[in-house]
Write a protein of this length. Structure first.
Length: 176
């Protein structure tokens, strides 16, 4: 019995579909970047017209939802407070010591990982990891800035026009 294998035509079809889906996403992203204010204005106008012609009592419904949300949050916070208070009341000295040791171990692990990332040549060399060409700095994304709170990173792009790799490099750590 023959086992079905993926034919070259099938592979090309999959690639074509993937490429067209990526092109569609890129087109939608471009439209959103260029027209987001106009789209937002249109949504606001449609919402305003709906609110003018509808005959529901939105104020009372909204008030009930807000009250339900408030009471739910109040119950959640009081339940958490009761659980924490109960846990604190039943904590022994050995439990407290265990918490301190776990906190110390986690802190040491984070510190050691940070130091390793900042000293490994794999992450600190200012060369393209794909082709070995020179790289130059480009603007960072918001998530790069978040990561920068833990490890100082910079975003780079390869200068080779065929490669165009983009990625993060760790700012060199200087041992004193």
């Amino acid at each position: 019995m023959d086992t079905p294998t993926s034919s070259p035509d099938n592979t090309r079809l999959k690639r074509s579909r993937r490429r067209s889906a990526n092109q569609f996403r890129a087109a939608v992203r471009r439209i959103w970047q260029d027209w987001w204010v106009e789209i937002l204005i249109g949504v606001l106008v449609v919402l305003a017209i709906f609110l003018l012609v509808e005959r529901m009592s939105i104020r009372q419904t909204l008030w009930r939802w807000l009250l339900a949300l408030w009471y739910g949050l109040e119950e959640l916070i009081s339940g958490l407070a009761r659980a924490v208070l109960d846990r604190v009341q039943h904590t022994t000295l050995s439990d407290l010591l265990a918490y301190c040791l776990l906190l110390l171990a986690a802190s040491l692990m984070l510190w050691r990982t940070r130091r390793r990332l900042m000293t490994l040549p794999r992450y600190t060399t200012l060369r393209c990891p794909r082709c070995g060409s020179e790289v130059h700095r480009v603007h960072r994304h918001w998530h790069d800035r978040l990561l920068d709170l833990y490890v100082p990173v910079r975003r780079y792009q390869c200068e080779d026009p065929d490669c165009r790799w983009r990625g993060l490099r760790v700012k060199r750590f200087r041992l004193s």
